[in-house]
Design a protein. Structure first.
Length: 266
């Protein structure tokens, strides 16, 4: 019986190979992460958090990156063997000084601000093509509005396991214009909506326009977040404080050299 099973099992993969059907599914990144081995390192870890917004071609708009340029950058990450972090994994790197084995200098956290519909229609197929993970900071008041992600699209992205959804506050009001209670409402209500609608524990906050007050980190912690991102330039590391992490802004028409400098922090 065992011999018969081995014959059938082998024949199955021969047929797949003959028909050129890939054995590894689009969710392979999720399976890869499930079997990732981590190790503690002695030196504090610094890594790039890439900041994207809209993946579309609008010349002259620095927040809009043409899809072909985004695809080229994701292909570079794939070819160079970068490990793309989830929010939970980024928090692990920052708090435990642990990194995936063999990827000590090859980790990156890909983020999108605002929650544009083209993150689903244009960016996601590219991420799926290269099995790369990314995180979208969603303005929750913008869900189901024109040109922004819908609830169904957010649920589909979560189900596919390649994209995480985190908070970019309720209304995207700059936090340095709000008092303590107003900030708390923006942070807590956004997190609550995402937790309920996506059945998740949202641990990451992305500050609108990167602006915040000295009290914002404490308010974010009170609202239930474990860490937060700014728009300050540079590699992220724990010495900045978990609620004031730096990011690397990606702009249109970057050369490969410039993009690699974002990754290395040079």
């Amino acid at each position: 019986m065992k011999k018969l099973f081995l014959i059938v099992f082998t024949a199955f993969f021969v047929v797949l190979s003959f028909l050129n059907i890939p054995v590894v599914s689009a969710s392979s990144s999720h399976h890869r992460k499930a079997h990732t081995h981590w190790k503690k390192v002695t030196a504090p870890v610094s890594f790039p958090i890439l900041m994207y917004h809209s993946i579309t071609n609008i010349p002259g708009n620095s927040l809009c990156l043409p899809p072909e340029q985004f695809e080229h950058q994701m292909e570079l990450l794939h070819k160079e063997g970068y490990y793309t972090l989830t929010p939970g994994e980024a928090y692990r790197v920052l708090t435990r000084q642990e990194v995936p084995v063999g990827k000590e200098n090859k980790i990156v956290f890909i983020t999108f601000d605002d929650g544009y519909k083209n993150n689903y229609s244009s960016a996601y197929p590219i991420l799926k093509k290269f099995s790369l993970h990314a995180t979208i900071g969603m303005i929750t008041d913008k869900i189901n509005t024109p040109d922004m992600l819908s609830t169904n699209e957010l649920k589909k992205l979560r189900k596919e396991k390649l994209v995480s959804i985190v908070s970019h506050t309720v209304s995207h009001t700059e936090l340095n214009t709000l008092n303590t209670e107003q900030q708390l409402v923006e942070m807590a209500n956004s997190r609550g909506l995402l937790n309920r609608s996506l059945k998740q524990n949202t641990i990451l906050l992305i500050y609108p326009v990167g602006r915040y007050t000295p009290a914002s980190p404490f308010i974010a912690q009170r609202a239930g977040y474990k860490f937060a991102l700014t728009t300050k330039h540079g590699l992220a590391n724990a010495s900045q404080g978990l609620y004031e992490l730096h990011r690397q802004r990606v702009i249109p028409n970057m050369s490969d050299e410039s993009f690699n400098q974002l990754l290395s922090g040079n």
